[in-house]
Design a protein around this ligand. Structure first.
Ligand SMILES: [Zn+2]
Length: 105
């Protein structure tokens, strides 16, 4: 019985060591990375409004096609003036460009 207790003790210590090591490595604030590559976005990678990388969870349907955005709020801006942004969308035959705002050329 003495041996078993010692083994369990050693295992527990080992486990806690491993766990501590893991927690240090991974930042707990980082959300699980969404695999954008696995989602069919029609070739779209950039938000037409914000110019940032799209979030596959944020999209609307426009003329039967999905339009993706970097964050909520950009979709509202798009809906106000979609024609301005569709030319940046590959799924509408457009060409992606970096965002127009705040680059300060
Ligand atoms: Zn956005």
């Amino acid at each position: 019985m003495k041996t078993t207790t010692g083994l369990v003790c050693a295992l527990g210590l080992l486990l806690s060591l491993i766990t501590t090591g893991c927690e240090r490595k991974e930042s707990p604030t980082t959300a699980p990375a969404t695999q954008a590559a696995a989602v069919d976005t029609g070739g779209q990678t950039l938000c037409p409004v914000g110019g940032d990388k799209i979030d596959p969870a944020v999209f609307i349907e426009y003329k039967g096609k999905k339009v993706y955005f970097c964050c909520e709020g950009c979709d509202k801006i798009f809906e106000k003036n979609p024609e301005k942004y569709v030319k940046k969308l590959p799924q509408f035959g457009g060409k992606e460009e970096p965002g127009e705002g705040g680059m300060g050329m």
